[in-house]
Design a protein around this ligand. Structure first.
Ligand SMILES: C[S@@+](CC[C@H](N)C(=O)[O-])C[C@H]1O[C@@H](n2cnc3c(N)ncnc32)[C@H](O)[C@@H]1O
Length: 336
């Protein structure tokens, strides 16, 4: 397999893989190849630090853009000979992050490949779409064509890929923080988003990116934080700001939530992650104070892989991801 991750997180991904009997082979900026060569899709576990997995990739080399495009097209046409394409299918060209100009190379090969595909299979070419548009997260592999360049003469090409749900999100000029992008991305991993009339408790809300994201969808938000709300979260009629300690907030005792559990718990506290896990997430889950949650745990000085194992053991139902927009943190999501 080729596993992709946020650049700089390859060694954490390697450590995450070890208990699954997978080792790191070749690697570069934002990717690693597992050392085993014969994985099946069953051998690909649910992972936090991986963003996608190219299953059974074939290495294709070529000196020029046209040579690479021709070989990729040849591989695709041969492997798709007996396949029917009745709906949109995922087509992705990407590249490692550590080589200047590699993105331009990948774009040029993609363009040449698309021209070849249009000539040979124009109907199939029209149905190609970006994987993130089709399915941000899917527990089973997507079938399409996934091309990943690790240097100027080398691409890894697979017909199947697992997408763990991370993707780059578009900013909103009214969003008070870049943190807004994290919650927007997390909706794709959980597979739903706050709906009009739903209630959200946002712990550690300021300056209000997550609250704004929920209010923008018509949900009513109780934003708990001693800090001030800003931009689109400030004076927002759907957001009630409570300046109090998140660890003492009980929705069943608060007028702001009509003394009722919430539909959603959002939590993005800059606090010790074990304290958040133990004293917020676990009690909220056990008491059924929410139906869905999106909770960030910030590693700080904590060992991320040990924290991840602990979180998985304590809350096996949570899907845990190092999001595209996450930094030194990961995000737990689930519907109860
Ligand atoms: C990373 S910021 C949250 C950003 C927010 N999600 C957004 O989208 O704008 C973390 C926040 O946690 C708040 N915080 C830390 N400890 C807290 C506590 N015990 N109770 C309430 N808020 C807390 C801080 O005041 C800070 O505003």
């Amino acid at each position: 397999m080729i596993l992709r991750c946020q650049p700089g997180y390859e060694l954490l991904l390697e450590r995450e893989l070890r208990p699954h009997g997978l080792a790191m082979g070749a690697n570069g900026g934002g990717w690693l190849a597992t050392a085993n060569t014969q994985e099946t899709e069953n051998a690909c576990p649910d992972l936090c630090f991986a963003h996608s997995a190219l299953l059974a990739p074939r290495e294709i080399t070529g000196e020029s853009v046209n040579a690479l495009a021709a070989r990729i097209a040849e591989y695709f046409l041969e492997s798709a000979r007996t396949e029917r394409f009745d709906a949109q299918w995922p087509l992705a060209f990407d590249c490692a992050a550590n080589l200047d100009g590699l993105g331009r190379r990948a774009d040029a090969v993609e363009k040449a490949f698309n021209e070849l595909l249009r000539k040979r299979m124009s109907r199939v070419a029209k149905l190609a779409a970006l994987p993130s548009r089709l399915s941000p997260f899917s527990p089973s592999p997507l079938r399409g064509l996934f091309v990943y360049f690790t240097d100027f003469q080398r691409a890894h090409v697979a017909r199947e890929s697992i997408s763990y749900g991370q993707r780059r999100m578009a900013d909103d000029p009214l969003a008070p923080s870049r943190s807004y992008l994290k919650v927007e991305e997390a909706y794709g991993v959980i597979g739903r988003e706050p709906a009009p009339g739903e209630t959200v408790v946002d712990l550690g809300a300021a300056p209000g990116g997550w609250s704004y994201s929920a209010a923008k969808r018509g949900a009513r938000v109780v934003a708990v934080d001693n800090g001030p709300l800003k931009a689109g979260a400030l004076n927002n009629p759907l957001i009630t700001h409570l300046q109090q300690d998140a660890f003492h907030f009980d929705p069943t005792q608060s007028d702001a939530t009509s003394n009722a559990p919430a539909d959603w718990l959002f939590c993005d506290l800059v606090e010790d992650p074990r304290h958040v896990l133990e004293n917020i997430l676990l009690p909220w889950v056990e008491r059924r104070w929410c139906k869905h949650y999106i909770v960030n745990l910030k590693f700080g000085r904590t060992d991320p892989v040990a924290l991840l194992s602990e979180a998985r053991a304590r809350i096996p139902a949570a899907r845990i991801r190092h999001l595209y927009h996450d930094r030194e943190e990961f995000t737990l999501v689930a519907s109860l």
